[in-house]
Design a protein around this ligand. Structure first.
Ligand code: CMC
Length: 451
């Protein structure tokens, strides 16, 4: 439902007489009236369009869901042409400026901003679920020292399904709520432990007196000091980055969360699947790729040559382009602002010069202008993360922590939506007609045979 300001209430209104699509099937000369509501037709309304009684009926074909809405949602609104992002109606700029991440998490999950007592209770519930069962630490110990943190996070989150078997009762709202506390509380702990594991450092237990972001920093970086004190500017910057990444409507990983959840699998395995989708370089893995790209470019003067190399089709400009945004990603603008605050503490990341030059040249270049390619959320986030002391392999993990909230909100909405069923797309079969099996001794190898 991106790009159009519609409320779910509108959907329930009676379809107006002239809100319909007239279709003439030239194959049969039959005429059909298909209702239009909220700017969409129902794909199932096409099924009545048949050439004869044996015809299955018309389907729509939409690889990669370029023009298919799979759900109604009240969580996140994006207008990609105007560069607008809102959670539950609130502009991302206001939320980033005025709220804490857990306040926004409450909003994303429950639909309204919490009152003070509600926030206190919510924060208490999350904070009291940050610890891992001691056996979960042992799962982590099985990984090699150089295992990618995303692989460790995905597997360990999935393994929580074995620790909390009652989580499979997904139709019970109280059981669901408890798993939400657990996931939002424990994902940062697992994330921090993947980092400590890769360095061979002992794990640091959560500190319930700290904020969500500061506690995460504590679990990452506390050494022998009795109490970890997070730099408040860095903790706030991390909190803002978490807010910006909390949800982004029906992206690849949210779609996976809904799809896996639609089979009534438990939320731990569903979140693990969503995190797996996030890890790819075209999705959340792009932030790590941006840093690799900036390293490959090396210096500001090599930027024009790199742009030419991209335009020649030799690769993509990582951190640029978006399926929905055809304008500046509003999150990238806020990240650029937050970067200045972080650099006041950490000193300027020298890669910023290269990134700024890339953005400047790309935004003036016909190739990028014509295709409406602008910096996305991943373009500047890695530069901040690196300045804060994170290594690039951790960047996508930093995306997964807050996105867990969005995945859970999408999952909950899907389970409560009476129109949703197990997700099961159709296909257009283009393979062989029925053919008879040839005995193995008579088969001839074909070079094109898929292996
Ligand atoms: N660099 C160069 N050319 C690009 C880029 C890019 N980053 N992105 C798209 N294009 C070109 C693409 O080659 C195509 O050109 P043509 O029309 O000549 O074939 C045109 O722009 C349209 O691209 P598309 O592939 O049809 O767009 P899409 O909506 O399928 O893909 C995308 C969106 C985000 C996967 C893509 O822009 C991309 O791969 N970007 C780089 C990876 C990246 O930064 N991903 C993070 C996305 S934001 C956060 C998140 O979702 O996790």
């Amino acid at each position: 439902m991106c790009g159009r300001s519609r409320t779910p209430l509108l959907w329930k209104e009676k379809v107006m007489e002239n809100e319909a699509l007239s279709i003439v099937d030239k194959r049969t000369q039959a005429k059909y009236e298909i209702p239009v509501s909220n700017g969409t037709i129902r794909a199932m309304d096409l099924r009545q369009i048949k050439t004869g009684p044996d015809d299955f009926g018309l389907m729509s074909y939409d690889p990669a869901f370029m023009n298919t809405a799979s759900c109604h949602s009240t969580i996140t609104f994006i207008d990609g042409d105007k560069g607008i992002l809102r959670y539950r109606g609130y502009p991302i700029e206001q939320l980033a400026e005025k709220c804490s991440f857990l306040e926004v998490a409450y909003l994303v999950l429950f639909g309204d901003l919490p009152t003070e007592p509600q926030l206190k209770e919510w924060v208490g519930n999350i904070t009291h679920h940050t610890m891992l069962h001691e056996t979960t630490k042992k799962f982590l110990e099985g990984f090699r020292y150089d295992a990618h943190p995303m692989g460790m996070l995905i597997s360990t989150v999935a393994a929580l399904s074995t620790v909390y078997p009652e989580a499979r009762h997904v139709l019970d709202p109280e059981v669901r709520k408890l798993q939400m506390y657990r996931l939002i509380g424990k994902v940062p702990t697992i994330a921090a432990y993947t980092y400590r594991h890769s360095l061979g450092y002992p794990y640091v237990y959560p500190d319930n007196e700290l904020s969500y972001a500061a506690n995460f920093m504590n679990m990452l970086w506390k050494m022998t000091e009795p109490k970890y004190v997070a730099n408040p500017i860095l903790a706030r910057a991390l909190d803002i980055l978490f807010i910006l990444h909390a949800d982004h409507e029906q992206n690849c990983s949210a779609n996976v969360m809904r799809s896996v959840g639609s089979s009534q699998a438990d939320p731990f395995v569903a979140v693990a699947a969503a995190a797996a989708a996030l890890s790819g370089p075209l999705h959340g893995g792009a932030n790590e790729e941006v840093l690799k790209m900036l390293d490959e470019i090396g210096s500001k003067d090599k930027v024009p040559a790199y742009i030419e190399h991209v335009k020649a089709g030799a690769g993509k400009l990582m951190g640029f382009g978006h399926r929905i945004y055809k304008n500046y990603d509003p999150r990238a603008r806020i990240i650029k602002w937050a970067a200045d605050k972080v650099f006041e503490v950490t000193g300027r990341n020298p890669k910023l010069e290269i990134a700024l030059e890339l953005e400047r040249i790309a935004l003036e270049d016909e190739y990028f202008i014509k295709r409406k390619l602008y910096p996305n959320v991943d373009f500047y986030s890695g530069i901040i993360y690196q300045a804060m002391g994170f290594k690039p392999e951790m960047f996508t993990v930093l995306f997964a922590i807050p996105r867990t909230v969005g995945w859970l909100a999408q999952w909950q909405e899907m389970l409560e939506d009476r129109e949703q069923k197990i997700a099961r797309p159709r296909q257009v079969y283009t393979g062989h007609d029925a053919r008879d099996l040839v005995p193995i001794e008579k088969r001839v190898a074909k070079e094109t045979a898929a292996m």
